[in-house]
Design a protein around this ligand. Structure first.
Ligand code: ACO
Length: 335
């Protein structure tokens, strides 16, 4: 295509990859730490176990491994990658972890940066990267979702610590000239309701010298109003997906897979019921990994792609939602 003057108009999906740490924390083990039980967690969330990073499994390492698997599936020469966008709320380096992933990959031509939008992060990063490809600036991009929330969970708070795990997932996407497999998308933010889910900085006051104070950089553990986040998700996610399907002139019957941010099985079931999408079409791996934040969507999709459940040209309705509060939806054709 180079030199033929075709206009880049869309993207196609060329590869996927994922990575989870080896350490498994089961519900039974959590109940040794806080007053809970396997029955309570399983029935309220669908989660049985989650993966926890040990030393060496930070966001850079996990994101690198997921990205490498996606590049291998795409069969790309690493030097042809133009862009790397890492969605994370838990970077290994607050200045950004994407550059370290770029260096580990040896993707010296690629510009690399982080994007933070909590559990909506992967979807927002996919949409952001696709815009760079559509305007013609870049041809090949890696989009990564990776999070290590285990480092920021209050492991004494039974209302939130049961939910989260660590992991990473990635897509390799390429500019196209005749079609667009990102069929449509929408993104929303409501900062007014942001107080329902936070990972806030600590206001630790210290002094540099007399009369010159500063706030030392550190974060408080995750603070969550679970019921409000639940109500937000079961209300907003069906609305944004219904509107997107209508706008792109698709019916829910034409959707092969519903891929939601993996927060709670009850949320997945409720959204599926509202959209009249049967359970067999709803991807879920919550049982094994819990909520891995920005990683959930590429992680569950990578599994389904590698298991030949998601096939070329399958239509996927996807939605990410979470802190911000933020939420988004995309309608994609795989391949
Ligand atoms: N084990 C046993 N009992 C518990 C536990 C636990 N782990 N946690 C709470 N309880 C108790 C509560 O104390 C309460 O007891 P009480 O009635 O005596 O006060 C009772 O169980 C019911 O608590 P609820 O909070 O009403 O439980 P709910 O059914 O709402 O389930 C849950 C809680 C699972 C957190 C649910 O609200 C939820 O999944 N919310 C969505 C959260 C979410 O997805 N957050 C992530 C968003 S993505 C992102 O951006 C990071």
């Amino acid at each position: 295509m180079e030199g033929l003057n075709f206009k880049q108009i869309g993207i196609s999906f060329k590869g996927s990859g994922s990575y989870v740490p080896d350490q498994i924390l089961t519900n039974q083990k959590i109940s040794q730490k806080v007053d809970t039980s396997n029955e309570w967690i399983k029935s309220r969330t669908g989660i049985s176990e989650r993966r926890i990073s040990s030393l060496g499994d930070n966001v850079t390492e996990m994101g690198y491994k997921a990205a490498l698997a996606a590049i291998e599936m795409a069969n790309w020469d690493i030097k042809t990658i133009d862009l790397i966008v890492l969605a994370t709320s838990t970077p290994h380096d607050l200045f950004g972890s994407a550059p370290s992933i770029q260096a580990k990959l040896g993707a010296s031509k690629a510009v690399a940066f982080d994007l933070t939008a909590a559990c909506s992060g992967f979807l927002f990063a996919l949409i952001t990267a696709s815009q760079f490809l559509k305007v013609g600036g870049y041809k090949r991009a890696i989009v990564i979702g990776a999070d290590q929330l285990s480092s920021f969970v209050d492991w004494n708070d039974r209302r939130s610590c049961i939910l989260f795990g660590d992991g990473a997932g990635a897509f390799a996407i390429e500019a196209t000239y005749e079609f667009d497999n990102l069929i449509g998308f929408d993104m929303r933010t409501d900062g007014e309701r942001g107080c329902f889910l936070n990972l806030p900085s600590k206001n630790n006051k210290d002094s540099i010298i007399d009369n010159i104070d500063f706030l030392s950089g550190a974060f408080s553990p995750i603070q969550m109003n679970g019921q409000e986040v639940y109500k937000f998700a079961v209300r907003e996610v069906p609305i944004i997906l219904e509107k997107l399907l209508k706008k792109m002139k698709y019916t829910s019957d034409e959707v092969d897979w519903l891929v939601l941010h993996q927060a709670n099985q009850r949320i997945l079931d409720s959204v599926g019921d509202r959209l009249k999408i049967p359970k067999e079409k709803i991807l879920s791996n919550l049982e094994k990994y819990g909520n891995t934040s920005a990683a959930t969507i590429p992680l569950v999709m990578d599994e389904a792609i590698k298991n030949n459940r998601i096939k070329q040209n399958d239509i996927i309705a996807t939605s990410g939602f979470g802190a911000g509060l933020s939420w988004g939806a995309a309608l994609i054709k795989w391949g």
